[in-house]
Design a protein around this ligand. Structure first.
Ligand SMILES: C[S@@+](CC[C@H](N)C(=O)[O-])C[C@H]1O[C@@H](n2cnc3c(N)ncnc32)[C@H](O)[C@@H]1O
Length: 360
């Protein structure tokens, strides 16, 4: 009797009870994000490693120099993040790193390319969180994005106005590039076969280009980005050249053009403009030249649920920062056709992003 649906409501009491648990879980999801932010800001992952990799609550509090009165609160942060799989608890009760918290180490556990700490820091900072909290209000406003509504200007102009934010952002992107390019080079390295020159278009401080130059020394790598980004780059090791410019106007010529985490920041109209400039810049050597796009292809994941939902959350997140979007394969294909590219090939990396090779 209890399980029967109410005549007015199409769900049973049992279903609604489960729904209330799901709803509370969704509602409090932000607490998990903020506990993660707390762990990053306190440097908990590094402290666990410094303490030998298996540390009691007292030991952790001492390693973090916390006042004894904060011990019960640290226990609650650790308990929530252990339940979420960010940390683990050994049989003796000591806290340990998991693969997730290993990515929060400042140096990624010895290989700098495996740290995502700076990326997590910016994604959980007020710069990224505040626009999301303003999403509903933005629907009845005229600003281009929730970011512009929150900070009075668009994301790229804000980078020009605020050198501190620009450095924070560029550092986070370089961190992402080191991580992603390691996977791209190992899993889709064939995309660089026959390439002798490459321009990393809107390549930031050159994280991706440096990884390509190190893995394929025969490729002459150039990074194109806006003047305020290029002027802040420390002198290069000579392997990568930096050029200041606007990709909407001009892109230096090369066999291959790399666009990593760029097109998802732009509307379809702007993407068409960027892709046209790219097509003009591709030198058609013996191999014919190509574009190498690294971005999400929504729906590409083989591990359906978590990855798909992550892709959709990323799309919503991007919509609060820029006028861009994450695209499915049909939407990518439409852009390539509009610009007159002949063919393309998608290869999934890290199960969530893809390498799209596009041929003129
Ligand atoms: C999301 S970041 C990606 C950086 C880099 N590709 C990476 O993945 O690490 C986008 C980059 O686009 C650059 N950018 C924005 N507008 C640009 C323009 N009109 N011309 C050249 N670069 C631009 C920004 O300065 C920033 O470095």
């Amino acid at each position: 009797m209890e399980q029967e649906a109410d005549a007015e409501l199409p769900h049973t009491r049992g279903e609604l009870l489960q729904a209330s648990i799901d709803l509370t879980h969704h509602t409090l999801s932000y607490v998990k994000s903020m506990a993660l932010r707390c762990a990053v800001q306190l440097g908990i992952a590094d402290a666990i490693r410094r303490a030998g990799g298996d540390v009691s609550l007292d030991g952790l509090a001492a390693a973090l120099s916390l006042a004894p009165s904060k011990l019960p609160y640290l226990r609650r942060v650790m308990r929530a993040l252990t339940a979420s799989g960010v940390f683990a608890q050994a049989g003796g009760g000591g806290y340990r790193l998991t693969p997730v918290s290993t990515l929060l180490l400042s140096d990624g556990g010895g290989g700098g390319c495996r740290s995502l700490q700076q990326l997590v820091r910016i994604q959980l900072s007020p710069f990224c969180v505040s626009p999301v909290t303003n999403l509903a209000e933005w629907f009845s406003r005229d600003e281009e994005t929730p970011f512009a509504m929150t900070f009075g200007t668009g994301h790229w102009d804000f980078c020009v106005r605020d050198p501190g934010f620009s450095a924070f952002f560029n550092g986070a992107m370089a961190c992402d590039s080191r991580f992603v390019m390691d996977a791209v080079i190992h899993e889709v390295g064939g995309a660089f076969d026959g390439v002798t020159s490459m321009v990393d278009v809107a390549g930031g401080t050159g994280g991706a280009a440096k990884a390509v130059a190190a893995a394929f020394p025969q490729i002459k790598c150039t990074v194109l980005d806006l003047p305020h980004v290029i002027h802040g780059v420390p002198p290069a090791d000579g392997r990568v050249e930096f050029v200041a410019g606007d990709m909407m106007d001009f892109i230096p010529q090369a066999d291959a053009l790399l666009l990593k985490s760029v097109l998802h920041d732009w509307s379809d109209e702007d993407c068409v403009r960027i892709l046209k400039r790219c097509k003009e810049a591709i030198c058609r050597g013996e191999q014919g030249g190509k574009l190498i796009i690294i971005d999400l292809v929504v729906g590409s994941s083989s591990r359906a649920t978590t990855c798909h939902e992550t892709q959709l959350l990323f799309d919503l997140f991007i919509s609060t920062l820029t006028q861009g979007r994450e695209r499915d394969e049909k939407e990518w294909c439409k852009l390539f056709k509009e610009v007159g590219f002949r063919d393309y090939k998608v290869t999934s990396v890290l199960d969530i992003r893809s390498v799209i090779e596009v041929f003129p």
